[in-house]
Design a protein around this ligand. Structure first.
Ligand code: GDP
Length: 204
């Protein structure tokens, strides 16, 4: 599992703090509490990887994870990017505007960005902001993948129904550049499937 080599690299809260725009990045978005940190940790087989993103006061940053190179190997130019959980918005108005511009700019112009993962609670999928993020990606021609997490909270039948409903809604709204899967960070459902999609985008 190449994702087990992921490690915290840096947190950027201004464009100047971003690493050079040269490699391959996959960004993770999701509403606060959707289960994004838990999903990242499960995918990377680590217990506390994404914890740093949640440190109070650091919620308005893009957190970059890189991959430890194999011994003697060159530094990796592959990155996972943890976007701040949306739905908090407990920041002053001017800061919010600054932040919005930063995220929008990153999302619109970042060449290294190869795909977007949107983490959604399987019981509450496709809220406004989820749709907005998916729409951004599709407009830019980026593939997007939805992870319906906390699947362990539903029975098999309900999981399947949720998957079909979201797949249908996403296809109608965003076309074929989007995919969706069932996931649980807790029960480790769908972890290999998520790794396969992200690994393909990162050319891992
Ligand atoms: P984030 O704000 O999106 O990063 O969400 P977290 O990963 O911190 O998860 C929010 C809450 O949901 C925590 O209490 C987690 O324990 C819980 N949670 C996250 N993923 C799962 C899951 O797959 N199954 C269950 N049952 N709970 C989960």
């Amino acid at each position: 599992n190449p994702f087990a080599r992921a490690r915290y690299m840096l947190a950027a809260h201004t464009p100047r703090q971003l690493p050079p725009d040269g490699g391959f990045e996959v960004a993770f978005a999701g509403r606060s509490n959707a289960g994004k940190s838990t999903a990242l940790n499960a995918i990377c087989q680590q217990n506390a990887l994404a914890r740093v993103s949640k440190t109070p006061g650091r919620t308005q940053q893009l957190v970059f994870f890189d991959f430890e190179p194999s011994s003697g190997g060159p530094p990796s130019d592959r990155f996972l990017v943890d976007l701040p959980g949306y739905g908090y918005a407990k920041v002053p108005k001017d800061l919010q505007a600054h932040w919005q511009a930063f995220i929008d700019g990153y999302f619109r112009t970042r060449e290294a960005l190869k795909g977007l993962v949107v983490v959604m609670d399987i019981r509450h999928p496709l809220k406004d902001y989820d749709r907005q993020m998916l729409g951004y990606a599709v407009q830019r021609g980026l593939p997007a993948h939805a992870i319906l997490t906390k699947a362990d909270k539903l029975g098999r039948g309900a999981q399947g129904n949720a998957l079909l409903a979201v797949r249908k809604a996403m296809k109608a709204e965003f076309g074929d550049a989007v995919s969706v899967q069932v996931f649980s960070g807790e029960s480790k459902i769908g972890v290999d499937e998520a790794r396969a999609v992200i690994g393909r985008w990162l050319e891992l």
